[in-house]
Design a protein around this ligand. Structure first.
Ligand code: UN1
Length: 496
């Protein structure tokens, strides 16, 4: 079966009408066109914003556990269609089938989490300093939430936001990457089917708006959007953050990473090798959590790096629909060019490059590159969305931690060590400065139960688990006087 036929079949199984429009959609598997979609006009955007706002006004009055019931049903629809949706993700963004099914599982997991949360959106009761008074805080729905998602996690990152936003009483508008609009339309079609059978859901509760950057910019600037949750590059986040700040809108920014791992001489080296490889090579280095820099202790450097080079060279890179492959293609030729540019820059600085050969077939298939660097400079200071792992030698852990922290991004990090003091130092206030700091696992592949996001140029936002839901609500502090007096706080007197 051709990919084109496969995709039409998948879309119909997912209940998504095959649309035709002016924006062509390509598969990175062989670069061929697999469809085309319609981009939103300014009238469409205006209509979506008004519908989104109208839907919010109704949805916020639906009891939260009932909102959770909608998300529960959606989670079940995802369970039912996990394989079809996973295959669609593979075709549209090129990650392996196992990773795509994992991505849909991540959607299911966050739905389960959000269902439980729908009965736990609670605030505090606070002791008042005034007699006959009580203080409390409540969390209320916020408004229409704009979700801007990237091609590399075309559905899971939307789901983190959508599931929480919906149980928190908000409406959602999704601006997916223009590289992966079909998965967005398919997911929306699944949700639409659930919504159609759900009495309390207002029209326009969840909408998709397809288009390029300019459409995202129009949405971000509009006062009908209460919260912008954007995943993508630091440059995109800087632009989005500034426009949103100009009108005091809330933001959750989940931007670039330049993630590092430290392999100590006291590590379980076999385990470290596997952890490093998955993080560096998985999703062909196109996760925001992908491992990009590796600090290896000098006492084990030669042996470990030799094994790493051999293992990286043996990774089967090829058709991601073939479950025997561990890595698929890069998203497009531009991504390949950016990888080459970074490698050329490293080479000019005297780095030793192992791997990185282009595999001769249509599509941007490339072997992972292990790049031994003499200095922590140049291309390793920025995120290149490709399987490049820059490797450095260290002698003192404090120095490795300082170098790890010396880049702009602050998303994910890890240490491989069996020495308690080393691990605790890494996790301490003087350790990793990232939003995610792991021990004896790699930098990628986080579970949904924790808050996901990073510091510095990663944008500071937190999504997914823990108390990330609070960003999707507004906090109201209430002071209630049940006495017949009116004492003022701080002992202030105002006698009339
Ligand atoms: C992303 O790359 O934007 O932790 C998200 C991970 C995945 C999510 C990555 N659970 O690698």
């Amino acid at each position: 079966m051709s990919i084109r036929t496969d995709i039409d079949l998948l879309l119909s199984q997912l209940g998504c009408p095959v649309s035709k429009g002016g924006l062509p959609v390509h598969t990175p598997i062989d670069g061929s066109q697999i469809g085309s979609v319609t981009t939103a006009t300014s009238q469409d955007i205006d209509t979506a914003l008004s519908r989104g706002q109208g839907a919010f006004l109704t949805w916020r009055t639906v009891p939260a556990p009932r909102r959770g019931e909608l998300v529960r049903r959606f989670g079940n629809a995802l369970r039912e269609h996990k394989l079809d949706l996973g295959r669609l993700v593979t075709i549209e963004c090129g990650k392996t089938i196992s990773e795509s099914e994992g991505e849909v599982q991540e959607m299911i997991d966050i739905c389960d989490f959000a269902v439980g949360l729908s009965r736990q959106l609670h605030g505090l009761t606070i002791a008042s300093e005034r007699p006959g008074h009580r203080m409390m805080e409540q969390w209320h729905p916020l408004g229409a939430v704009l979700i801007i998602s990237a091609f590399n996690f075309p559905v899971a990152v939307w789901a983190w936001n959508a599931a929480l936003a919906l149980v928190c009483g908000n409406s959602i508008i999704w601006k997916p990457s223009e590289k992966t609009p079909l998965t967005a339309l398919a997911v929306q079609a699944l949700l639409d089917r659930v919504l159609a059978d759900f009495n309390d859901a207002p029209e326009g509760l969840s909408q998709v708006v397809i288009g390029a950057r300019d459409i995202g910019a129009t949405l971000v600037a509009d006062p009908r959007i209460a919260l912008v949750s954007a995943t993508g590059s630091t440059a995109m986040g800087r632009a989005v953050g500034q426009v949103a700040a100009g009108r005091f809108a809330k933001t959750i920014l989940e931007l670039g990473g330049n993630n590092a791992a430290i392999v100590s001489d006291k590590a379980n080296l076999d385990l470290a090798l596997r952890g490093v490889l998955f993080s560096a090579v998985g999703t062909s280095g196109q996760r925001c959590t992908s491992l990009r820099r590796l600090f290896v202790h000098e006492a084990i450097y030669d042996g470990f790096v030799e094994k790493l080079k051999t293992a990286a060279a043996s990774i089967s890179v090829g058709d991601p629909l073939d479950s025997g492959n561990l890595a698929g293609p890069l998203i497009d030729e531009d991504a390949f060019d950016r990888m080459q540019a970074a490698l050329n820059e490293a080479e000019a600085m005297g780095a030793q490059i192992h791997g990185s050969e282009r595999i001769k077939r249509s599509g941007a298939y490339v072997r992972p590159a292990i790049v031994e660097m003499a200095e922590h400079k140049g291309p390793c200071l920025r995120e290149t969305f490709a399987p490049i792992l820059y490797v450095f030698r260290y002698s003192k852990l404090e120095d490795a931690i300082a170098l790890q922290n010396s880049v702009g991004a602050g998303l994910s990090s890890s240490i491989f060590s069996l020495d308690l003091r080393e691990c605790e130092l890494f996790l301490s206030a003087s350790g990793s400065d990232c939003g995610i700091a792991n021990v004896n696992i790699g930098t990628s592949g986080a579970e949904i139960g924790g808050a996901f996001g990073g510091e510095k140029e990663t944008g500071g936002g937190r999504e997914s688990g823990s108390d990330a839901w609070k960003a999707y609500m507004r906090r109201a502090t209430n002071t209630i006087n049940y006495s017949n007096d009116l004492p003022l706080a701080q002992g202030v007197r105002f006698d009339i």
